[in-house]
Design a binder for this molecule. Structure first.
Ligand SMILES: [Zn+2]
Ligand SMILES: [Zn+2]
Length: 145
């Protein structure tokens, strides 16, 4: 696990190796299976969905779901739990679903100029420092100064 700058969130956050992410994913899938057995569709009002989830969760109801949590927070609570259990970190943020991209395969290699992670493996331009090396013989900086 490393903390790196994420171009999608525009801030630093942990980025798990594929092995670490796999462990989080498995723990999440297990928790989901224990909670619902099958996949779940939520189609009611936030209040109805919360009631449905609370009923389905029964004894699996995580004690850490805060009152006033949104559907998404309740829905992805097991993901947050899995992430925190596997990494030993505390998830900071309002939307646990974002954990799904806290994995190294979501990113490209580091930018050769500023070291921040590129958007994908084929990226030839860095949106952080503005360097563009589509033509490696003529690297340009596209950032307006
Ligand atoms: Zn991010
Ligand atoms: Zn860069």
């Amino acid at each position: 696990m490393k903390v790196d700058w994420c171009w999608a969130c525009k801030r630093d956050h942990p980025i798990l190796s594929e092995v670490e992410f796999g462990a989080v994913w498995r723990a999440y899938q297990e928790a989901e299976g224990a909670r619902f057995g099958t996949s779940l569709r939520l189609s009611g009002t936030p209040h109805e969905n919360r009631e449905t989830l609370l009923r389905l969760q029964g004894s699996h109801m995580p004690s850490t779901v805060p009152p006033g949590a949104t559907n998404r927070q309740i829905r992805y609570q097991p993901l947050k739990d899995a992430y925190e259990k596997v990494t030993g970190l505390k998830f900071e943020g309002d939307d646990p679903k974002v954990i799904l991209h806290y994995r190294s395969s979501f990113y490209g290699p580091p930018c050769p100029f500023c070291g921040r992670l590129l958007r994908n493996e084929r990226a030839r331009q860095c949106f952080v420092c503005g360097m563009d090396w589509h033509d490696t013989a003529k690297v340009v900086c596209r950032r307006e100064r």
